[in-house]
Design a protein. Structure first.
Length: 297
């Protein structure tokens, strides 16, 4: 498999995150609480991950694999917690723009920890992605924008933990089968979530059965697929480029909001989507042109 193929796999992982907001809004509209939706997402996702592992993977993980990957799943769970806290005091559009700072934080982590200095092309892709996120989130044309330093801090923490999760996905236990790696990462995430949001919703059978379709969809697109796709692609493309590719999340959010939720989308937002996609496509075209072999292959 060529390097740009792995880049597309990572990009698909970002697209999966973009699906989440639509199902979250539908779950909230059905009357479910934030803690139930968040807990259901991670619980159903972790259970489904292990069911797949039991059916496909016959090799049991070692203690070392289990310990390291479950610890690596902590930032996975913390991202959801911190982002939820940011949404308590910030407009959703501003919160997602702050979250999108993971694009440059991931490159910075790669530079500081792996000594991989970003290229001019990568810096250009980061600039395009951040500019596109501002337009796509419609942050410049909203009135009564809610700004809270506490909310901004939570948003930056979410960006930092997501960058850490992407970095760990690309560096920790690279030889572990992707399905097993995804299951262990999701287990670390669900334990983290339940430490903050105790799963009291499990005590009410009516909530569990009503939440099931939403939790299953959120679990698949938010817990099962992203860690799996990142486990496959990140070791090959690196966390710096990987965070740029995961910016595919926001275009999917905008497109689904327009066509599934029938929300009005302005021209600047569509321009922002185009700019983000241009940055992502540019990164993939450069990978395809160079077609250099992956060090992890």
């Amino acid at each position: 498999m060529k390097l740009w193929h792995y880049a597309l796999i990572v990009c698909l992982g970002g697209c999966c995150y973009g699906v989440l907001s639509t199902f979250v809004k539908l779950a909230y509209a059905a009357g479910f609480s934030v803690s139930a939706v968040t807990g259901g997402q991670y619980l159903f996702g972790a259970v489904l991950s292990w069911l797949i592992v039991l059916l496909v993977n016959r090799k049991a993980p070692t203690r070392k694999q289990t310990f390291k990957l479950m610890l690596s799943g902590i930032p996975f769970g913390l991202t959801g917690i911190f982002y939820y806290q940011a949404l308590q005091t910030l407009n959703a559009s501003l919160a997602i723009v702050i979250l999108f700072q993971f694009v440059w934080i991931g490159t910075l982590l790669e530079w500081l920890l792996l000594k991989k200095k970003p290229t001019k092309n990568k810096l250009m892709s980061i600039t395009l992605t951040l500019l596109g996120s501002i337009l796509a989130a419609n942050i410049l044309f909203q009135e009564n924008m809610s700004l809270s330093w506490t909310g901004c801090l939570w948003g930056l923490l979410a960006a930092l933990t997501f960058s850490a999760f992407v970095f760990l996905s690309s560096t920790v236990e690279r030889s572990t089968p992707p399905l097993l790696k995804s299951a262990l990462l999701s287990t670390g995430g669900v334990i983290t979530i339940f430490m903050v949001f105790p799963p009291t919703f499990l005590l009410d059978w009516h909530i569990v059965t009503g939440l099931f379709p939403y939790g299953l969809a959120l679990g698949v697109f938010g817990v099962v697929l992203p860690p799996l796709l990142f486990s496959i692609g990140m070791p090959h493309v690196g966390s710096g480029l990987g965070t740029i590719l995961t910016a595919s999340e926001l275009p999917v959010v905008v497109i689904l909001s327009a066509f599934v939720l029938s929300e009005p989308i302005s021209l600047p937002q569509w321009i922002g989507v185009f700019i983000i996609l241009s940055g992502i496509v540019g990164s993939n075209l450069r990978l395809r042109k160079t077609d250099r072999p992956s060090l992890a292959a």
